[in-house]
Every structure is written in C-alpha cells, then in structure tokens.
Ligand binder design. Structure first.
Ligand code: NDP
Length: 324
C-alpha cells in the first residue's frame, strides 16, 4: 500500500495551497515542487526542483498538479507535462475549454497519460451541480452567482489606472436578484445584472478622485455594464481589511416536474481562502486520476468523466455503509 506520489508545478497561491492539502491526506506524499524560479528562493521546507529538471522524476511521480495561472502558464505547462506525467489542472477560461481539451487530449493519448483539465470550483464543483440540475429537472433554469469574492482580473484593471497606487475588486451577488431566483421567479438575466462590483482603491497623493472613480465606472467590459461602487481608502486599511482571498457563490436550479410542482436545487460555497479550497479539490481529484490511470484510462478528461467513488481513499463497501 504505497502512497500516491504527487508533484506540484508552480508555487503561487494554488501551489502553496496544494502543499498544505497534500499534508492532510495520509495516502499521499509530496515528492517535489517544480518552479521556474531559483529553487532555493522559495520559502518552503518541501523539496524544490527547477522545472527544467522535471524529467529526472519521470517514474517517481504518479500525478502532477499544475498550479500555474490560466492566462499563460497552463496553456504551455500542461501540454509539456502531459507528455510524461498524469496531470490535474484548474484552467478556468470557460470559453477556451473545448479547444484546450482537444490540445491536451491529443498529447495525453499519444503519451498514454491521463490529464484531468479544468477542475476547481468553477469550472469544477459548480459545473457538476449545473449538470445534475439540468438532467434531473430538464424543465428549468440554471443560475450561477459568484462572490462575495475578489476578482483578480478586475483588481488588476483598477491598479492600471493612472494615479492608483493599489486596489481590490469584490464581485458580489445582487441580493435582490438572488432573492427572486430563490423565490422561483423565472428570470432571463445577464450576469451583469446578477452581480455588483465593489472597489476599494488607494490613490497617490493629490489625485483627482472623481476622475479615477469615473474611469473605473466607465471601463468597458470590466465595469461599465455593472452596478459599481468605488470606495477610496488608505493603504493601511487595504492591508488590514482586504488582503485575504475569500470567495464563494451559488449555483441554483429551479424547475418544474410535469404536474407543475416546483423544485429547487441550491449549492453554496463560502470560502475563507479561494486558493486553499481550490487546491484541496485538485488534491482529491489527483487520487481519482491515479486510480483511473492505473486502470488504463488515457487522454484528457473533465470533472464530468469521474465517478465520485474514485475521489475517496475508502473502499466502496465502506462508503456504502457510511455515506449512502
Ligand atoms: P499565482 O499568480 O499566485 O501563481 C501563478 C504562478 O506564478 C505560480 O505557479 C508561480 O510559478 C508564479 N509565481 C507565484 N508567485 C510568484 C512570485 N512571488 N514571483 C514570481 N513568480 C511567482 O496564481 P494562483 O495560484 O492564485 O492561481 C492560479 C490559477 O488557478 C488562476 O490563474 C486560476 O485560473 C486558477 N483557479 C481556478 C479556480 C477554479 O475554480 N477552477 C479557482 C481559483 C483559481 P513559478 O513557481 O514557476 O514561478
């Protein structure tokens, strides 16, 4: 009964979270963290290896957790890694997933490896609930609300404005719309109306605050179509109150069965740390990938393709007794 040997590629928020999550699972061991930076520059007690030496670990790692960013890193690192290892990643650019799936599938099929792509909470757990909802209640509607949580992309956009020193942006579900959805009102509504954007901004001295507020609120694609609030605060307050990474959200399906009986499925996440939670998902799914790879499955798969029983270290008999 040897442990599942795990590697982590990329040591950012997700990578650090994965390191912690592995230590909570007795059937796993962290073999190495691979980074593009100087290995001795990372602040960790784990074994750190430069990414260029990854192939030295070819038969020493069962599953690689790819923890790089979706914008650039994963598109390069996953195809490279899946030539030699089974992989799990959290690629979250929803529109590009089909194309990304094809790319990784071709490589993993050739190398006889198994690559689980785009697993996390959205895409990920939320996707499962959306699928469950629409199959069980075919006459109905799925609603996805994100937040309250920090959006990295929107925070970056604020920080790029002239005169802004620092800032964060929270995406917050509209209470009013959430209530309507929960009350079975049928809404045909865009995500812009379902969410509000709340910004906390630190400006450089002597800047024109109304110009900055206006630039944020009218920024196309990011803020213009949303109900946006801008709060100017001090650097100390930003550090004190806004340096954590909370997130969460709701997936709700409302629908009717043939007699017009109404039903609602509701799934809610409330997370103190988005990266620690997301990497805990990657780690649980690494167990499933290891089992399926041992059974001979190859190519790319998504969360839809994995029976839940594969996630657990327990036997089927144990699960039937304890959880069914
Ligand atoms: P980070 O920006 O923290 O890390 C990305 C990469 O940047 C790391 O792998 C690391 O690579 C490098 N890096 C990190 N810190 C530093 C530093 N101080 N100096 C230089 N390089 C650094 O991203 P996150 O971990 O927060 O997020 C990764 C991705 O996870 C996101 O892009 C998002 O797509 C995805 N995600 C998906 C979710 C889902 O539900 N599906 C939920 C949450 C996140 P290296 O060690 O090689 O330098």
């Amino acid at each position: 009964n040897s442990k599942i040997r795990i590697g982590i590629v990329g040591y950012g928020n997700l990578g650090r979270g994965a390191e912690l999550a592995i230590s909570q699972n007795q059937d796993m061991e962290l073999v190495a963290i691979f980074t593009r930076r100087k290995p001795d520059s990372l602040d960790t007690k784990s074994n750190v290896v430069h990414i260029s030496n990854m192939l030295d670990f070819k038969n020493k790692i069962d599953v690689m957790l790819l923890c790089g960013g979706s914008a650039k890193d994963l598109g390069e690192q996953v195809p490279m890694t899946s030539q030699y290892f089974n992989t799990v990643d959290s690629f979250d650019n929803h529109k590009k997933i089909p194309e990304y799936f094809e790319q990784v599938n071709n490589i993993a099929k050739k190398s006889n490896k198994l690559s689980l792509i785009s697993v996390g909470w959205d895409p990920g757990l939320f996707s499962l609930i959306r699928l469950l909802g629409e199959t069980i209640l075919p006459d109905g509607t799925n609603y996805t609300f994100w937040g309250k949580g920090i959006s990295q992309g929107h925070s970056d956009a604020i920080r790029k404005i002239k005169g802004v020193k620092d800032g964060v942006q929270y995406t917050v579900p509209s209470e009013e719309i959430l209530k309507k959805v929960k009350n079975f009102e049928n809404l045909n509504i865009s995500p812009c109306k379902m969410h509000k954007r709340i910004c906390y901004v630190v400006c450089k001295d002597g800047e024109d605050l109304s110009r900055i507020e206006n630039e944020i609120k009218t920024m196309p694609n990011y803020f213009a179509d949303y109900d946006t609030t801008v709060n100017f605060i001090s650097e100390e307050e930003l550090k004190r109150n806004h340096s954590k990474m909370p997130h969460g959200g709701f997936v709700i399906r409302t629908g009717t069965t043939k007699s017009n009986a109404k039903h609602k499925i509701e799934f809610n996440l409330s997370l103190d740390s988005n990266p620690e939670f997301t990497s805990s998902i990657l780690v649980a799914y690494a167990r499933a990938v290891n089992k399926m790879a041992l059974e001979g499955k190859t190519g790319a798969i998504t969360i839809f393709d994995i029976p839940l029983v594969y996630l657990s270290p327990k036997t089927g008999e144990q699960l039937r007794r304890e959880l069914l």
